[in-house]
Design a protein around this ligand. Structure first.
Ligand SMILES: [Zn+2]
Length: 264
């Protein structure tokens, strides 16, 4: 899928989690619904950090381009080191290491640890990175063009500051789900894990599969391309994505949001 569909599916997924959490007796304070949806929308672009044309690789100037190059090399090295006889030869690292459940769990756990132990600035940094991505993803065309990069960063910085303040209020949501002292913002890794997984599923539907299961081997492959049967796949950016999936994500997100906030 393209950036906007990835982001929308991420936001919708988090709103669905909000609805499920409310049903299970752990309703999210509204800042958690909002911030989680934005973080998840941003995180749903993150796995493409292994591809230099992707939104995330261009979103932070030379810094993200440098990280992208390292991630691509690392992914390729891991692919070569762990491939079995059944896995095809490849020439680059795109859609390998960063498109696995293990990567999703590791960056989610890493973000949670950073948020819990790193204090306010760590939380703000995590929020900032994902706000930039969410803006680029959800307002895709509007945010296009390098001249607007600085505006996107400013908007992301101010909104991170504001929502960070809202979460810090008593009952604002810093302690949602994890209520013990010292567990503030532990939940922040959840939308990050979810976003990455939703991205992988989206890629599995639109391309020739996605090696989500790695490093669990399947037959002669360790990088088994998980996906539906060929006939059910569609091209990235096709009408199915634009006219069926994206409106469906919006509708699902709206219903999920209403349920998460207790309106339905
Ligand atoms: Zn991808």
């Amino acid at each position: 899928m393209m950036g906007p569909a990835h982001s929308l599916s991420g936001a919708a997924a988090w709103l669905g989690v909000g609805a499920a959490a409310a049903a299970a007796g752990y309703p999210m304070p509204w800042p958690v619904v909002l911030v989680g949806a934005l973080v998840c929308a941003g995180a749903a672009l993150a796995p493409d950090l292994d591809h230099k044309a992707a939104t995330i690789s261009r979103a932070f100037g030379p810094l993200s381009r440098g990280v992208c190059e390292i991630v691509d090399k690392l992914s390729y090295a891991v692919y070569k080191a762990t491939k079995k006889q059944g896995d095809p030869r490849r020439s680059g690292g795109h859609r390998t290491l960063t498109h696995t459940w293990l990567w999703a769990v590791l960056i989610g756990a890493g973000s949670s640890a950073l948020a819990v132990f790193g204090g306010r600035w760590a939380v703000l940094s995590i929020l900032f990175i994902h706000m930039v991505l969410a803006i680029e993803g959800l307002l895709w065309r509007a945010a296009r063009g390098s001249s607007s990069d600085v505006l996107v960063w400013l908007l992301a910085a101010t909104s991170s500051w504001i929502v960070g303040g809202m979460l810090d209020e008593p009952g604002g949501g810093a302690h949602w789900l994890f209520t013990e002292p010292g567990q503030g913002y532990l939940w922040l890794g959840l939308p990050i894990v979810l976003g990455a997984l939703v991205h992988d599923i989206g890629d599995a539907l639109t391309v020739s599969g996605c090696p989500i299961l790695w490093p669990i081997p399947l037959g002669r492959k360790r990088w088994y391309p998980v996906g539906p049967p060929k006939a059910m796949r569609f091209r990235a950016g096709s009408w199915v994505e634009l006219k069926v999936l994206m409106p469906a994500f919006m509708l699902a997100g709206g219903v999920g949001c209403a349920a998460a906030l207790g309106f339905i």
